[in-house]
Design a protein around this ligand. Structure first.
Ligand code: ADP
Ligand code: MG
Length: 868
C-alpha cells in the first residue's frame, strides 16, 4: 500500500491527540477536515463532502470551511456538544522547508468558549469538574471562564446529591477522571445532558497559587486542579482573570432538589424549557447582563440567614419607595458594559480598542451611580454606594491613550491619541509632513506644467503617482517623469523625489502602525493588573441591579414586604406570581394560607382544574421569593424560613412531559420523606395517582401519616381520594381545606377559592361534560357512578349489567334490537367487556385528557357494535 503524503502524515499525527474533537486543519484560506471528521462534519454543517488525493490509491473524504467564516461553523458544532481543535500553520509557508509546521492552538469545547458571539449574555456558561474520593465523597467545581468565577462544593451525601446540585445549572461540559464508574458517567450525560471530558493527570500549578489560597482541603485542591489542568491544556492561553473559587456551604442555602427545581419552574418551564413562563421571567427586571446572571444565581440559591435576607429586603424597600431615583439609576446602569465578561476577555487578550473605550465610558458613569445611591436615605443602599470603588487609574490610562472612536482592528493603527507617546508622534509628524509636502508638490507641478487636471494620488500597489490625462500628455517635459501605469484616459508617472518622499511616508506609517499595536498591547497589559478591581466592581453593580429589579417588579405587581416568624406562616390574599402574570386580566383569585405548630399538614380536596396545584406551588414560590429578598405577591405575609422544599407534582402535570411513571412518583416521595426536617416544606400533589385506586389510596394515607407523625414538616397534600379527608379525625395536626366549585345548571363552575373543610364531591363527570363528551355518555357515567356510590362498602363492587340491573336507555337499546338469539348472546359478551372496562375506569385517577381518550375509544367501540 502506498504511503500517505507528508502533509497527511502530519495530519494523522496531530489527529491522534484529538480523537474526540473535530480537527480543523488549516490549509491556506481554509480549515479542512478529513476522513471520519469530514463525513460527520459535512452532515452536521450541511456542507459539501469532496475527495482528495492523499498519496494512496483511493482518495480520502474531505470537507472544509473558509477560515474567515469559521466562527459560525465552530459555534454550530460546539452548540451541539462537540469539541473543535483549531490547528494552525505556525510558520510562514513562504519560508518553510518541506511541510509547513502546524499545531493545535486551541481546543474549543462547550464549556470553554469565550467569544461573545458564542455566548448568551444573560446566561452563565459553566465548565465543571467532578472528582470522587475513596471516602465516598465527591467534589464539584464549576467555573465560568468568561467571567472568571468558580464555585466549589464537597458532597458527602452520595452521587444523587451531585446530580441534584448540578441539575438546571448552565453547565455544558464536565471534566472527570476516566475511572469514574461507567454507570455514573452515563447518569451525567443522560440526566444533565453535558459533554464529558477527561483529565486524569492532576498537577498543581504554582502559577495559580493565589487562587488556591482559600482552599485548605486537599480534596478541593485536587478537584480545582483537575479543572484548571484541563482548561490549560485546551486553551493554551492566560487565565489571569480566574478568581478564587467560592466555597459553597450548601447548608447555608435553601436546598431544592432537582425535582423541585424542575417542578417549580424557577428558571425554565417544564414543557418548553424556556425562560418564558418561569419565575425568572417574572422577576428579571435587571438592566445589565451581569445583573441578570446574578439574579438567576440568587433564584437558585435562596438564603437561610434572616439577617442577610432582611438586608436585601431593606435595600429593595429603599428602591421601591423612591420611584424617581430608581428610574434614573436604571438609566445610568443601562450604559454600564458587561464588565465581568470584559475582564475575562482582557485576561485572555481578546479585547480591542473599542472594548477599552466601552470600559472607560462605563467607569466614567460610576461616580454618577454612586451619587444616586448616596442620595437615598437607606443604610443598605448607602452601603452599596460605599462598596463602589471606581478604579480612576484605569480611566486615566485609557483617557490619555486611546482615541474616542477607534476602529475594530487593533493592527491597523488609528488607536492611540496624539501626545501619548513621543516616538509615535515623531512618526506621525513625518507622515503628516510628508503628506503636506505631497500636497504642495501637486500645486507646484500644476503650475510648472500648466496642466490644471494634474493630480497626485495613492494606491496600495503602485504607491504615490502623478496622474495626467492623455489629452495633456504633450505638455509634459521630456525625461523628468517615469511612466508607471496606463489607464484608458490617463497615464500615471513617478519622479525620483516623489519616490523618495513616498519611502519616508510609508516607512513612518508602517512603523507607527507597529508601534501603535505594541502600545495597545502594553495598555491592555496595564489594565490587566486592575482585573480584580473590575471584577469586584462588576459584582457590586450586579447586586445593585438585582435589588433594583426586585423593587421594580414588586412595585409593578403590587408585592409586599414579608416578615419572618419562627413558628407561624400566614399569607393573606396570596397570588401565584407567574399565573397571575400569564392571565394578565386581574381575574386571578387570591387565597389565604395558614400553617403553624398546631396545624402543619393541609389536606386539599377539590375538583380537577379547580386550582389545587396552583395553590400549592404558590406557597413554594412565595417562600422562595421571600428568601431571595424580594417582596411577595400578597397583601400580607409572615413567612417561615424553610431549609428545604420538596415537591411531588401530580401525575397529571407530568404526563405532558411524558416522564410520569409510578416509580418516579415514589422516588420523589421517598426523597422528600428521607431528607425533610421540621423546617422543610413538602408539597405532595395527588400522590398515588399512578397506580390502582386501593394501592394509591393506601400509599397516600400511609405517607400523610408518616409525615404527620415522624417528620413534622410543613406539608400541603392534595388528593383526589375523598376518603382521606377522614384523617382529620385521627391526625391532630392535619386540617382539611378544599377549593370551592359550584354546580350551575348541571355544569361545574370553578371559583378557585380555598375554603376550610373537605370538598363535597368530586365533579369528575362535570369536567368530562366540559370536555364536550356526548350527552348520552355523560348520562350513562352518572348512572354508573350512582350505582357505585350506592353499593355498600362491604360488598364487592360489581359490574353493572346494562340490560338488567340498572335502568338504562343509553346503551341498552341496541341489545333489544331484534337480532338472533345466538348473535345476541355473543354480543352480550362483547358488551360486557365494554361495560367491564367502563366500570373499571378509575375516574378520579384520570386526567381530563385521559378521560377524553378513554371515552373516545370506548365510544368508538360502542359505535362499531351498533353497526352490526
Ligand atoms: P388542579 O390542580 O386543581 O387540577 P390547577 O391548579 O392546575 O388545578 O389549576 C387549573 C387552572 O385553573 C390553572 O391553570 C389556572 O388557569 C386556573 N386557576 C387556578 N388557580 C386559580 C386562581 N386562584 N385564580 C384564577 N385561576 C386559577
Ligand atoms: Mg393539579
Amino acid at each position: 500500500m502506498a504511503k500517505y503524503t507528508p502533509m497527511m502524515e502530519q495530519y494523522l499525527r496531530i489527529k491522534a491527540d484529538y480523537q474526540d474533537a473535530f480537527l480543523f486543519f488549516r490549509l491556506g484560506d481554509f480549515y479542512e477536515m478529513f476522513f471520519e471528521d469530514a463525513i460527520k462534519a459535512a452532515r452536521e454543517l450541511e456542507i459539501t463532502l469532496t475527495k482528495r488525493d492523499a498519496g494512496q490509491d483511493d482518495k480520502i473524504p474531505m470537507c472544509g470551511v473558509p477560515y474567515h467564516s469559521a466562527e459560525g461553523y465552530i459555534k454550530n458544532l460546539v452548540d451541539k456538544g462537540y469539541k473543535v481543535a483549531i490547528c494552525e500553520q505556525v510558520e510562514d509557508p513562504k519560508t518553510a522547508k518541506g511541510v509547513v509546521k502546524r499545531e493545535v492552538v486551541q481546543l474549543v469545547t462547550p464549556g470553554t468558549v469565550m467569544e461573545s458571539t458564542m455566548l448568551n449574555e444573560r446566561n452563565n456558561n459553566y465548565i465543571a469538574s467532578l472528582s470522587h474520593f475513596e471516602d465516598g465523597s465527591f467534589v464539584i467545581v464549576y467555573s465560568d471562564l468568561s467571567t472568571g468565577e468558580s464555585r466549589i462544593a464537597v458532597i458527602e451525601a452520595g452521587f444523587d446529591q451531585v446530580i441534584h446540585e448540578l441539575y438546571n445549572q448552565p453547565i455544558k461540559e464536565i471534566v472527570i477522571s476516566s475511572n469514574l464508574p461507567e454507570e455514573l458517567q452515563k447518569q451525567l450525560t443522560d440526566r444533565l445532558r453535558v459533554t464529558l471530558s477527561y483529565q486524569d493527570e492532576i498537577s498543581f500549578n504554582g502559577e495559580y497559587r493565589a487562587i488556591f489560597e482559600n482552599l485548605n482541603d486537599e480534596k478541593m485542591v485536587k478537584a480545582f486542579s483537575r479543572l484548571l489542568n484541563y482548561v490549560q491544556f485546551t486553551q493554551k492561553r492566560s487565565l489571569d482573570h480566574l478568581k478564587q473559587a467560592e466555597i459553597l456551604e450548601l447548608t447555608n442555602y435553601l436546598s431544592l432538589d432537582m425535582y423541585s427545581k424542575r417542578n417549580l419552574e424557577l428558571t425554565e418551564t417544564i414543557l418548553r424549557k424556556g425562560k418564558h413562563g418561569s419565575l425568572l421571567w417574572v422577576l428579571d427586571k435587571t438592566v445589565t447582563a451581569m445583573g441578570s446572571r446574578m439574579l438567576k444565581k440568587w433564584l437558585e440559591r435562596p438564603l437561610l440567614n434572616q439577617v442577610q435576607i432582611e438586608n436585601r429586603l431593606e435595600a429593595v424597600e429603599g428602591f421601591y419607595k423612591a420611584f424617581m431615583e430608581r428610574d434614573s439609576l436604571r438609566e445610568s446602569l443601562k450604559s454600564v458594559y458587561d464588565l465581568e465578561r470584559l475582564a475575562g476577555r482582557i485576561a485572555f487578550g481578546n479585547v480591542n480598542a473599542r472594548d477599552l473605550i466601552q470600559l472607560k465610558k462605563s467607569l466614567q458613569r460610576l461616580p454618577e451611580i454612586k451619587e444616586h445611591l448616596s442620595s437615598f436615605t437607606n443604610k443598605q443602599i448607602n452601603d452599596l454606594a460605599n462598596r463602589l470603588h471606581v478604579p480612576t487609574e484605569v480611566v486615566d490610562i485609557l483617557e490619555s491613550s486611546i482615541i474616542e472612536d477607534p476602529p475594530i482592528s487593533i493592527k491597523e493603527g488609528s488607536i492611540i491619541k496624539d501626545g501619548y507617546h513621543e516616538q509615535l508622534d515623531t512618526y506621525r509628524d513625518a507622515s503628516r509632513n510628508g503628506k503636506k509636502w505631497i500636497a504642495q508638490l501637486e500645486q507646484r507641478e500644476k503650475q510648472e506644467t500648466n496642466i490644471k487636471s494634474l493630480k497626485i494620488g495613492y494606491n496600495r500597489v503602485f504607491g504615490y503617482y502623478i496622474e495626467v490625462t492623455k489629452a495633456n500628455l504633450h505638455l509634459l517635459p521630456e525625461g523628468k517623469y517615469e511612466r508607471k501605469q496606463t489607464l484608458t484616459n490617463a497615464e500615471r508617472f513617478i519622479t525620483p523625489e516623489l519616490k523618495e518622499k513616498e519611502q519616508l511616508i510609508l516607512e513612518a506609517e508602517e512603523k507607527s502602525v507597529e508601534l501603535e499595536y505594541n502600545l495597545f498591547v502594553e495598555i491592555r497589559e496595564k489594565i490587566k493588573s486592575f482585573i480584580p478591581d473590575i471584577q469586584q466592581l462588576a459584582n457590586v453593580i450586579s447586586e445593585i441591579d438585582c435589588l433594583q429589579a426586585f423593587a421594580t417588579v414588586s412595585e409593578a405587581n403590587n408585592y409586599t414586604r414579608p416578615t419572618f416568624s419562627e413558628s407561624q406562616l400566614t399569607i393573606k390574599n396570596g397570588r401565584h406570581p407567574v399565573i397571575e402574570k400569564v392571565m394578565d386580566d386581574g381575574t386571578f383569585v387570591p387565597n389565604d394560607i395558614e400553617l403553624d405548630e398546631e396545624k402543619d399538614v393541609l389536606l386539599i380536596t377539590g375538583p380537577n382544574m379547580s386550582g389545587k396545584s396552583t395553590y400549592m406551588r404558590q406557597l413554594a414560590l412565595i417562600s422562595i421569593m421571600g428568601q431571595i429578598g424580594c417582596f411577595v405577591p400578597c397583601d400580607k405575609a409572615e413567612l417561615l424560613i424553610f431549609d428545604q422544599i420538596f415537591t411531588r407534582i401530580g401525575a397529571a402535570d407530568d404526563l405532558v412531559s411524558g416522564q410520569s411513571t409510578f416509580m418516579v412518583e415514589m422516588l420523589e416521595a421517598n426523597h422528600a420523606i428521607s431528607n425533610a426536617t421540621n423546617r422543610s416544606l413538602i408539597l405532595l400533589d395527588e400522590i398515588g395517582r399512578g397506580t390502582s385506586t386501593y394501592d394509591g389510596m393506601a400509599l397516600a394515607q400511609a405517607i400523610v401519616e408518616y409525615i404527620h407523625n415522624h417528620i413534622h414538616a410543613k406539608t400541603l397534600f392534595s388528593t383526589h381520594y375523598h376518603e382521606l379527608t377522614e384523617l382529620e379525625d385521627s391526625l391532630s395536626r392535619l386540617k382539611n381545606i378544599h377549593v370551592r366549585a359550584e354546580e350551575y345548571e348541571g355544569n361545574v363552575v370553578f371559583l378557585h377559592q380555598i375554603k376550610e373543610g373537605a370538598a363535597d364531591k368530586s365533579y369528575g363527570i362535570h369536567v368530562a361534560r366540559l370536555a364536550n363528551l356526548p350527552d348520552k355518555l355523560i348520562d350513562r357515567a352518572s348512572v354508573i357512578l350512582e350505582h357505585l356510590e350506592s353499593t355498600d362498602q362491604s360488598q364487592e363492587k360489581k359490574v353493572i349489567n346494562p340490560a338488567t340491573e340498572v335502568e338504562s336507555n343509553q346503551l341498552s337499546f341496541f341489545i333489544e334490537d331484534g337480532v338472533k338469539e345466538t348473535k345476541k348472546k355473543e354480543k352480550q359478551e362483547e358488551d360486557s367487556t365494554l361495560i367491564t372496562e367502563l366500570n373499571e375506569l378509575d375516574l378520579f385517577a384520570m386526567t381530563p385528557l385521559d378521560a377524553m381518550n378513554t371515552l373516545y375509544r370506548l365510544q368508538k367501540l360502542a359505535k362499531e357494535k351498533i353497526k352490526i
